[in-house]
Design a protein around this ligand. Structure first.
Ligand SMILES: NC(=O)c1ccc[n+]([C@@H]2O[C@H](COP(=O)([O-])OP(=O)(O)OC[C@H]3O[C@@H](n4cnc5c(N)ncnc54)[C@H](OP(=O)(O)O)[C@@H]3O)[C@@H](O)[C@H]2O)c1
Length: 244
């Protein structure tokens, strides 16, 4: 087996979807991975199928006080750290006329505050060790304030700004900070949305790992780079009239 790009990684949100597939592909490449999530049965199954390279860690990212201990435990298990991927996320269904604070708070708690709780620690450690990559899964949904699910959009936009700011802090210490912005990917999150042409999760994970050691923001499709450049620059009064 060739030397892996990353020897030791933490994947937060590894029990299903994109995070699970990232964990599988990293382990196949020879990376030791601490797989974090609440559903321990899923994480244990993942570990069983991964030749001793995956170490499950049960953790709820919304219990913010417990993040430092979980982070410490994970780095201890790995005896170091080269990569942290934050893939935890929730996107409850929100009706077009629904303004539901509980659902909104759940998205802010997991998609944004959980990311900050984990990635602050990663940035602080990597700034000191002058080595490592930090990856967060954003979304094309963060590029504009769309009417369908306002707070999901908000969490992804805020995550992008946070990642840019962290990058601007730690890049001088040779730490890479990467935000990926997938379009629809076929996972549990999108299973009931009837989306045609969602990207297979295997393809999404492969593309994410290709850019995981780079600084910057990355779309997973070349067409999205162009399409969302246009979308980001449509004047607000026109965007309001479009059904996108
Ligand atoms: N699927 C898409 O089309 C798409 C597109 C763009 C971006 N994304 C983003 O990609 C990321 C992964 O989504 P996915 O599609 O792979 O969805 P998924 O299959 O539903 O996976 C979500 C992951 O988040 C974890 N999670 C949720 N709440 C958590 C909590 N309180 N504590 C710890 N972990 C928690 C889940 O683990 P437990 O439930 O076991 O805790 C699970 O591992 C999300 O940030 C999503 O916004 C997805």
């Amino acid at each position: 087996m060739a030397t892996p790009k990353f020897k030791r990684a933490i994947v937060v949100g590894a029990s299903s979807g994109i995070g699970r597939e990232l964990t599988i592909q990293l382990a196949k490449q020879g990376t030791s991975v601490v797989a974090v999530g609440r559903r321990m049965d899923r994480l244990a199954m993942l570990a069983e199928s991964a030749d001793g390279r995956v170490f499950p860690l049960q953790h709820d990212v919304t219990i913010y006080d417990s993040v430092p201990l979980a982070f410490q435990e994970a780095t201890k298990m790995l005896d170091g750290l080269d990569l942290v991927i934050y893939a935890s996320g929730v996107m409850p269904e929100v009706g077009f006329h629904e303004f539901n604070f509980e659902k909104d708070k759940a998205m802010v708690d997991v998609n944004l505050l959980g990311a900050i709780a984990w990635l602050n620690l990663a940035a602080e450690r990597m700034e000191q060790t002058k080595h490592g990559s930090i990856v967060a899964i954003g979304s094309v949904a963060g590029d504009r304030g769309r009417s369908g699910n306002p707070v999901y959009n908000t969490t992804k936009a805020a995550l992008a700004t946070y990642m840019e700011a962290i990058r601007n802090r730690v890049a001088r210490h040779d730490v890479k900070v990467c935000l990926v912005k997938p379009g629809p990917v076929a996972t549990e999150m999108t299973a009931n949305l009837g989306i045609k042409n969602a990207m297979p999760v295997e393809e999404a994970a492969t593309k994410i790992l290709k850019v995981a050691d780079k600084n910057g923001e990355f779309y997973l499709k070349f067409a999205h780079r162009i399409a969302f450049f246009i979308v980001r620059n449509i004047p607000s009064w026109i965007f309001r009239r479009l059904k996108i």
